[in-house]
Ligand binder design. Sequence first.
Ligand SMILES: Cc1cc2nc3c(=O)[nH]c(=O)nc-3n(C[C@H](O)[C@H](O)[C@H](O)COP(=O)(O)OP(=O)(O)OC[C@H]3O[C@@H](n4cnc5c(N)ncnc54)[C@H](O)[C@@H]3O)c2cc1C
Length: 595
Amino acid sequence: MTSIHVLPEARVPDPAGPSEAPVASGHRTHEVTNQSPPLVGHDVFGADAALVETLARVVGDPGNPGNARDPGDTAAGMHEADRARLGELAELGRLAGSQQAQTWADQANRFTPQLHTHDRFGHRVDEIELHPAWHELMGVAVRHGLHAAPWREEGRHPHLLRAAGFYVWSQAEQGHGCPISMTYAVVPALRLQPELADRWEPLLAARSYSPGSQPPHTKPGVLAGMGMTEKQGGSDVRANTTTATPDGSDGFRLTGHKWFTSAPMNDLFLVLAQAPGGLTCFLLPRVLPDGTLNSWRIQRLKDKLGNRSNPSGEVEMDQAWAQRVGPEGRGVATIIEMVAATRLDTVLGSAALVRRALTEASWHAAHRRAFGTVLADTPLMRSVLADLAVEAEAALALGLRLASAADAAARGDEQARALRRIALPLSKYWVTKRAPTLVAEAMECLGGNGYVEESVLPRLLREAPVNSIWEGSGSVNALDLLRALGKEPAALDAWLAEVGLARGADRHLDNAVQAVLALLADMGDPSTAQASARRLAEQMALVTQAALLVQHAPHCVADAFCAGRLGPGATLTLGTLPRGLDLAGIVARATPTLG
Ligand SMILES: Cc1cc2nc3c(=O)[nH]c(=O)nc-3n(C[C@H](O)[C@H](O)[C@H](O)COP(=O)(O)OP(=O)(O)OC[C@H]3O[C@@H](n4cnc5c(N)ncnc54)[C@H](O)[C@@H]3O)c2cc1C
């Protein structure tokens, strides 16, 4: 049966459209109440107590510069370059929480990149059209030195401060973090070929965003990408079939394909190919010095679950010109230098996603009432939010510790280098794997609103899984942990020294360290213990996080993490923290305020 609804005359829409946007008073059915106000204008850096406290402890407090603990700092307490970066961070934090940044993020993900393979006359152009909002996001990131700047700029803590900036700005939008991260990461690999590093590092580190198809050497700043994955193998890059033939001068000609190449419109790429001496790393410019296009043909863009602002392409090369980076036959060892740095960013990016999701969830719960009570004050919602908050803080603690280890390693600290070797794969494994679960739980805190695009949570949830896939998926990182244990005894020593700093502070943590040692002993030879690799990575990550929180976070956070994740009956199900903890204190620390 059909029924016909006739609008009363006064409600018939004007075909010319409404003269002004309809307002609630024009509707008689209801008033809008009990919706949370928009979270706009929140200071993403200043409101993040865990971040601010960590930087004050490690770098120093700009308001009280004498308190920096790093023995290398100047008498004034803080290196001028670090002070300047802290100032930029404060600015970035305010921008990340602004309406402007939210609009850019929304537009860059709704108006997705378009590939133009040919011009109207049939010439190959391989151009990607990107929304202006993408360029705005990129411009901010480059101006704030979130790309390769820390490799060239002064300061005691350039990598830590850059990590803080990457984490803060990633809370505005994640997709553009991919080319920013690859540009950051290309430098250590390039340094294995010093004449190429000398040539390109200044442009990679320049704080000048310069998109477009010009010869890279004519640009004020360039961006980099990487081409490893092929159709027949991504984790197993030794299966690459792209060939590299010496061209008789200082170059090679590459022929083959790359199944995933993100930001294929960037200027320079590290590409793996089979040279006569074996799998080798190459530097390939998209535009050749004479201004013609290299043979870098973008065949298609991937239609992805998330990460939609960032183009990821399939690329073919037919005699593309490239230069060798690192020794011939040592391609994996060379490009792994790049992958190590992008892995750090997957940890920071996941921490940022979780933090943004928590911010939205705690804000909503602080303003929404159900059954006569503010949601955040109900015992169970408080438990969920507190659980999210302690994991968010633990994820950040791990990411920042890795970044400060990168600073120390760059200064020649061997123990920091060994710690990074072991802590990176376990952190990449665990933090990126937890992110989708944590973001989904935060989404549920917003109820139905959370499932709706305008809430931003759907974008965060779509984004979350990619960090545990690219740059080495979960199992590949768990196996890399075993490799570190098997090949570098100093790495386990460094880890034990790191978690040993918290010895005696929490009985659950002490027991968990013993449990890791027992698991290691039980596994026997780490190289043959693959089936236990994930369990080991998980336990070691939780212990590392707990050790950091016990030393540096407020008691309420550390106690909840140790009891909830390591204590008897510990579970990873959110909202199940044991009784007797200061959950209200944790939630208050995590809830944003305006002004
Ligand atoms: C959005 C996006 C962007 C990307 N951008 C780039 C890019 O710019 N450049 C680039 O080179 N690549 C890029 N990649 C590719 C990405 O790095 C690979 O997809 C990833 O490394 C996994 O490789 P694969 O897809 O071939 O899967 P496979 O290697 O086939 O792995 C499939 C599964 O098997 C598991 N596995 C593999 N080996 C083992 C083992 N020994 N034991 C147990 N399990 C194992 C993996 O963990 C995974 O779960 C991108 C991917 C995505 C999704």
